[in-house]
Ligand binder design. Structure first.
Ligand code: K7E
Ligand code: CUA
Length: 673
């Protein structure tokens, strides 16, 4: 950007500021919101017509909404790391604007970024080595930590569907490792060690199974009640650097959400099914369940002393942390607890009741006393506070307040932690509940700026709502979810904006921009052993049915622009993007062959596919990179081999596929109803 451009943008900024202050809220706000695409139709219309459903004072709504607007060309203050649920991906959002900046493929295939079997050999192999599943279910993505704050090295995410953990490196925002956790079918809770650093990444398995789960301990059908007696769950510790599973601790009940403390002493998980039930009535029976705390140093010592067994073919040490073990302690929590999260001052862990309208505040110092045998587990409870119906997750502002989502009440409740403790100890004067705010609707997780670090900023809160109902334009049966932005910088929470989000963000981490300090846009070509230097491009037959094509792209020139091969050849494309200019990525899509590479500046990528159809097949660049981008294409010329049987075009269409005409009789224009 040159000097003049900079001056111009500053001028525009002051213009925007003037506009917002000069004109009244009703006329300006609607325009800015609509122009910037920041508000959903519901909130936008309310703002314009002045019939806001919220009880929020208009002046505060105006100020908060103005604060979330990031003027054209300006950057957000925070990075948000969002999970993508059963899409198997992660997303990067900017906050407070809530604009989506990137989708990071993790457990899925992505044809835009070029990831998975259609994308490149490297990610395809990584997915294949991690079990070859075509999907994942991501609930809990987290940034890595050093000394209790985000350190910008990695993000980690779990796959609940197939018991895996992935690591995303935060220089290039790419998934670089996926580990399968042995002995468990599904991991739900995931949390990185906060101190001294990550360190361990802990994962809690949710679904109890026999161990090993190889057909043993299956009670004959009809005898369901006894079926789960020999089922167990494990809390696993993965080394965040090597991505190897270090140890697993067998625990009672089944595990839900996880967290870690700020001293590196414990990881902890809630248990919503302490009775190991197998249907809703049997799962939800006990009125009091627990949060289990794992004593990390004791587990490490036990591993060292060889006090473990292994399960099945897995070499990973499994320790017994069931009731009676000194490796764990079970702190009672009412009832079917869901989220658990440590306060940023490191003093407490708060567990959320879900089926009890209460949060339980656990004193982490006293958890130490429990481990020493000085007090009983129940004596580590510092407070139980009734907050409302369906508490799921609690986050913090760093000013001593918790914000708990109430799924059933569709509310966010702000409460004071120290006051909750005073009230629990009999002080009748204090009122711990500060405010209840309607959210739209049914919140699951909440996320607040830097809230899960030693430096919470207490600026913005997101209510990750599962239902959006009437808030957005209808788009058929599948509604977007609604991640609502709430201003928590003042005394009162102020609902600021509705943000439709794609399926299904459970949880988010929000980091100040400077925490992600290793970001790079250009690869060093030397990083790649297979880098193709410009001028050395070639086509080589290396076996009777094996051809390697080494290509380069320098906008708008693709080299070579044609190559020959024969039907039945296995082709490997090695493509180096030798443009080393920011933002200048190239694509390589081979028509009719299910292949699309995406090669970033300085990067080399490889993909292998079968050329099994004689003829001329064009390959082309899929990323608009130059005025002559459309000309950036070439031909694969496949010679006929007598007797070779090619796939017919579109052979992936199944024969005997049920007709849509039958399924959608009343769809206009399809068949005759
Ligand atoms: Cu509450 Cu899987 Cu974190 Cu969803 S979990 S809400
Ligand atoms: Cu290269 Cu478009």
């Amino acid at each position: 950007m040159n000097k003049n451009e900079k001056d111009l943008s500053q001028e525009e900024d002051s213009q925007v500021q003037k506009e917002t202050t000069r004109r009244g809220f009703l006329s300006t706000m609607g325009k800015i919101a609509v122009a910037a695409g920041l508000l959903g139709s519901g909130a936008g219309v309310e703002a314009l017509s002045g019939c806001a459903r919220e009880s929020t004072p208009k002046s505060r709504l105006s100020a908060s909404t103005a604060k979330m607007i990031v003027p054209p060309g300006k950057w957000d203050k925070y990075y948000g790391l969002w999970s993508g649920g059963p899409t198997g991906e992660l997303r990067i959002l900017g906050l407070p604007s809530m604009r989506e900046l990137l989708r990071i493929p993790v457990f899925n295939t992505n044809t835009g970024i070029g990831y998975g079997p259609t994308g490149d050999n490297h990610s395809a192999k990584m997915l294949e080595d991690a079990g070859g599943y075509g999907l994942g279910d991501v609930h809990h993505p987290h940034f890595s930590f050093t000394k209790g704050d985000f350190d910008g090295r990695y993000a980690y995410a779990h796959d609940k569907a197939n018991g895996r953990i992935a690591r995303i490196r935060l220089d290039y925002f790419m998934t670089d490792a996926i580990t399968s956790i042995p002995n468990v079918p599904a991991v739900h809770g995931l949390y990185p060690q906060r101190y001294p650093k990550t360190g361990y990444v802990f994962a809690a398995s949710e679904f109890e199974t026999p161990m090993p789960n190889d057909g043993r301990d299956i009670v004959p059908t009809g005898n369901n009640a006894a079926q789960t007696k020999n089922y167990w769950t494990l809390i696993s510790a993965v080394d965040g650097e090597t991505m190897k599973v270090k140890w697993q601790v067998m625990v009672d009940g089944n595990q839900d959400n996880m967290d870690t403390d700020y001293k590196g002493l414990y990881c902890m998980a809630t248990c919503y099914n302490s009775s190991k039930g197998w249907n809703v009535p049997t799962m939800t029976k006990p009125p009091v369940m627990w949060a289990v705390f794992v004593n990390i140093s004791r587990v490490e010592a036990a591993v060292k002393a060889g006090k473990y067994k292994t399960i099945g073919d897995s070499p990973v040490p499994v320790l017994d942390g069931r009731h009676g073990s000194n490796l764990t302690t079970y702190i009672p929590v009412e009832k079917d607890p869901h989220g658990i999260s440590c306060t940023p001052d490191g003093k407490y862990a708060v567990a959320n009741g879900k089926l009890a309208p209460k949060v339980t505040v656990i004193d982490l110092k006293k958890v130490g006393d429990v481990f020493e045998g000085k007090i009983k587990p129940k004596d580590a409870v510092a407070a139980i506070l009734t907050v409302g119906v369906g508490p799921l997750h609690t986050v913090y502002d760093g000013r001593g307040n918790g914000y708990t989502t109430l799924f059933v009440d569709s509310q966010m409740v702000k409460w004071n932690i120290e006051d909750a403790i005073k009230a629990y100890n009999g002080d009748k004067k204090v009122k711990p509940i500060r405010q209840k705010l309607d959210v739209h609707y049914q919140p699951g997780h909440a996320a607040a700026t830097q809230e899960n670090t030693i430096h919470p900023t207490g600026e913005w809160l997101i209510s990750l709502n599962k239902f959006s109902k009437d808030r957005f334009l209808p788009v058929g049966p599948r509604f977007p979810e609604n991640d609502q932005l709430i201003d928590i910088s003042g005394k009162k929470m102020v609902l600021t904006a509705d943000n439709p989000v794609y399926i299904e963000p459970h949880q988010a981490d929000i980091a100040l921009v400077d925490r992600l300090k290793y970001i790079k846009q250009i690869f060093n070509p030397k990083y790649f052993a297979n880098h193709v230097e410009s001028g050395t491009e070639n086509v080589k037959r290396v076996g009777p049915h094996r051809v390697i094509v080494r290509l380069t792209g320098v906008a708008p020139i693709l080299t070579p622009v044609y190559f020959h091969c024969k039907e039945g050849d296995l082709i490997t494309i090695i493509y180096s993007n030798n443009d080393t200019v920011e933002n200048l990525s190239h694509g390589f899509l081979m028509t009719l062959h299910n292949v699309n590479l995406n090669i970033n500046p300085g990067e080399t990528k490889e993909i292998t596919f079968l050329a099994d159809r004689a003829g001329v097949h064009w390959y082309y660049c899929t990323i608009f990179c130059h005025a002559l981008h459309l000309e950036m294409r070439g031909r694969m010329i496949v010679e006929r081999v007598p007797g070779y049987k090619s796939r017919p075009i579109h052979s992936n269409r199944l024969k005997g596929e049920p007709s849509w005409n039958g399924l959608f009789k009343d769809f206009p224009g399809v068949g005759k109803a």
